[in-house]
Ligand binder design. Structure first.
Ligand code: S3P
Length: 471
């Protein structure tokens, strides 16, 4: 059903029933933040289960360019010598590769340094909008210039060691922008507050707590006394500048966004059974579970531990014939990275699925609405495109096709999974991009293809208990 027949392609064909236990790679969002926070801290930190994907390597390399000593004594482990927020002017441009998270979070840190720096990216990242992060950093006193109307990279940052704290209401739900402002706020004079009207992933806030930064979170509820109409209307996070994170060891849980591909492969196949172990179960990321349950899958999420302030555990999926659903509003940020694979689930489901309020997808690694619609159509699915989403008519048998990845890891993997349900062969082209978030994806699917029941030695989750620095 799946093999690496040509270099830089993925090939899949009709899959057998899945019956396996699986581990997924470390969480990408958390790996980025762990290396940043460890670098900002006041001493040595050991990061375990760090994602060795291209995006997170870009973040580690960026910190090295700022003079942080980072060693990798073995794959997946980083020893980071935190410099208490004191960095040296980088030699040359800082290359963020394909990684929007690296560029936006680094912009927050660099805006506050007493030197100038330039952030560059690959052709995809060079087209992504950076105005959203430049605006609040300028309000704090940073000087940043970028290219064109959408303020695309390169970002030329004239750092300022005298940033001022601000109160900033995010115009787009973006954990990257929120994190950039909070990181800049660590260096700023006075208090920095970021206000969200829709909750985005909260890994930065949790990590600030874990590294003993004092911050304050407040929630404003509308119709608080009516359980039916209660609605979270504002979430604010505030911190005072001048704080240095305490050096800590950190272990990264598995990535639910990577698990999502296998969850859909199992959920959409009656008789399939999948157990994903040691995966992050932060409620700002588990929307994929809610969506698949709404579509009829039987899923149990078992939170077993807190890994450095992040809930983690297992996900047990039983497959079925899925039904269409609606996804919109405040649920979108929680599933933003999963929409390509959810769209594949929608094509496999009976009935119609409507996705709205997801215009952000148009400014990801590629325009994910256009890419998903085009690839689904090539497989025989009827899709209506909206500026902010799609309507997918499910239930038509999928036809195998030769499909572009659009250089986007999540498009490549989503359509490799679609190929497991299609007649004939599906070839995804240009799949080196998968390494940005999921090294080993092809090998895992290769093993699943053989129908081998994989039973891992389930890790003792207790080993991930909060630990002080050991060095
Ligand atoms: C991320 C936040 C999301 C997500 C991206 C990773 C993060 O982007 O799509 O893959 O680690 O903060 P936005 O913050 O732009 O929504």
């Amino acid at each position: 059903m799946f093999s690496k027949e040509e270099k830089n392609t993925l090939t899949s064909r009709l899959a057998p029933i899945i019956d396996t236990e699986i581990e997924v790679p470390p969480d990408k969002s958390i790996s980025h933040r762990a290396v940043l926070m460890a670098s900002l801290s006041n001493g040595p930190c050991v990061i375990r289960n760090f994602l060795e994907g291209e995006d997170c390597k870009s973040t580690a390399q960026a910190m090295r360019q700022l003079g942080v000593h980072i060693e990798s004594p073995e794959p997946g482990t980083l020893v980071v010598e935190g410099t208490a927020g004191r960095f040296t002017k980088p030699f040359g441009d800082i290359d963020c590769g394909n990684s929007g998270t690296t560029m936006r979070l680094m912009a927050g840190i660099l805006a506050a340094q007493p030197f100038s720096s330039t952030l560059i990216g690959d052709p995809s990242l060079s087209k992504r909008p950076m105005k959203r992060v430049i605006d609040p950093l300028r309000l704090m006193g940073a000087e940043i210039s970028a290219e064109g109307e959408k303020s695309c990279p390169p970002l030329r940052i004239e750092g300022s060691p005298s940033l001022k704290g601000v109160t900033y209401k995010l115009p787009v739900a973006s954990a990257q922008v929120k994190s950039a402002v909070l990181l800049a706020g660590l260096f700023a004079e006075g208090e920095t507050t970021v206000i969200e009207t829709v909750k985005s992933r909260d890994h930065t806030e949790r990590m600030l707590d874990y590294f003993l930064i004092k911050s304050r979170r407040e929630e404003v509820w509308e119709h608080k006394d009516s359980p039916k109409n209660r609605r979270l209307s504002e979430i604010s996070t505030s911190l005072n500048g001048g704080q240095i994170p305490e050096s800590m060891d950190f272990t990264v849980p598995g990535d639910i966004s990577s698990a999502a591909f296998w969850m859909v492969a199992a959920a959409a196949q009656p008789g399939s059974r999948l157990l994903v172990t040691d995966v992050g179960l932060n409620a700002t990321r588990t929307g994929i579970i809610d969506v698949l349950i709404r579509m009829g899958a039987r899923i149990r999420e078992i939170i077993e531990t807190s890994m450095n302030g992040e809930p983690a555990g297992n996900i047990d999926v039983k497959g079925t014939t899925l039904q269409g659903t609606e996804i919109h509003g405040s649920e979108i940020p929680n599933v933003i990275d999963e929409i390509p694979i959810i769209s594949v689930a929608a094509a496999l489901a009976k009935g119609t699925t409507v996705i709205r309020d997801a215009a952000e997808l148009r400014v990801k690694e590629t325009d994910r609405i256009a890419a998903v619609a085009s690839n689904l159509r090539a497989m025989g699915v009827t899709v209506e495109e909206f500026p902010d989403g799609m309507k997918i008519l499910g239930g038509t048998p999928l036809k195998g096709a030769r499909l572009p990845s659009f250089g986007d890891h999540r498009i490549a993997m989503a359509f490799a999974i679609a190929g497991l349900f299609a007649s004939g062969e599906t070839v995804i082209e240009d799949t080196a991009c998968v390494n940005t978030s999921y090294p080993g994806f092809a090998e895992t699917l290769e093993r699943i293809k053989k129908g081998v029941r994989i039973k891992h030695r389930t890790k003792m989750l207790s080993q991930f208990k909060t630990q002080p620095a050991t060095l």
